[in-house]
Design a protein around this ligand. Sequence first.
Ligand SMILES: [Zn+2]
Ligand SMILES: [Zn+2]
Length: 367
Amino acid sequence: MSQTNKTRGPWFHRFLIGLFTVLLTLLIVWLIGFVLDDIDTIQGPQYPDIERNYLSPALLHDSAAAGDQLAELGRKLQDQRNRQSLLRDGTSRYETTMRQLVELQRLNVEKGIASDEASQKALAESVTFFLANQKADQALSETITKLTEESGALEAKRRDIEQKLDAERGPAHEEFERLEQHHGRKLAWFKLAFLLPLLAIVAVLFLKRRNSGFAPIIYATGIAVLWQTIMVIHQHFPTRHFKYIAVGALIAAVVWMLVALLRMLRAPKRDWLLRQYREAYERFLCPTCEYPIHRGPRKDLFWTRKTVKKLIVPTLAEGAKDEAYTCPACGSHLFEECNGCHAIRHSMLPYCEKCGMETVLVEPGAS
Ligand SMILES: [Zn+2]
Ligand SMILES: [Zn+2]
């Protein structure tokens, strides 16, 4: 049956199929990744909520109050320092004026000129202002010192409160970690609830259709889903457990392959093929490509595996001759002349229905 559609195609075509299979695998991995990322956005436990349950409200209130007071004190201190700085600017200006006036008077005395009344007065005023500023400066310094002391005491008080709070935070942290772990496991189960049914579907497709023309799509999907499942298990379950799961899955796969091989030994391929051919002839479909066998009264009808039972077949015309038949879709010989009795017989069934002569069952792909 070398004329069936079992051609492998030119190498470039095969290369493209390989390339697109890899591409499809990557795209499916990507797509599943998006879904898994979305699952990851489900919100877990919030630490502040837990802290609220574990920390005493009185201490939290005191801590907040101390914080507020400290901020207020800080603002006051800054205010006083600003005022002091402005005051000192003024003081240094008076000081300069004073020095200049004193210098002028000294020069006047040297030259024997009497100082005028205006400069005397200005000097007196400068001295007054300078002294007043000095006094104000001192008062500000005292206030600043007081505020700094207050702030220090408050800081110590707050440290004390924080220490007490820290002692209470220990259990809160433990509880948070416990809830986080629980949440992680929940997410893992969500992900597996999404992945495992997919994996089951792919496994069924693999078992039933891996020899069909669409095998690369099944392989691509299967590898992608399997990969993401392994990653989820690896990410969410401790490696110690993961080891057992991975080895268990491998053992299952190897056993499955062994069983399949042993079964093939026990039930030869011929029986399997014969069953497939028989079922196809029963439905008037080509055993190789499932194209309807348009023969005899069924010449002008069309049907599929599903609709064949509902078909109304006209009666065979009187005197119609039985003829050899080749599938127009794939070229498989379906009915041919028997070598024994020269009547028309099924090409792909082992015995002639007229004379009972046995022929070797042909397998697709065998030439
Ligand atoms: Zn065919
Ligand atoms: Zn025969």
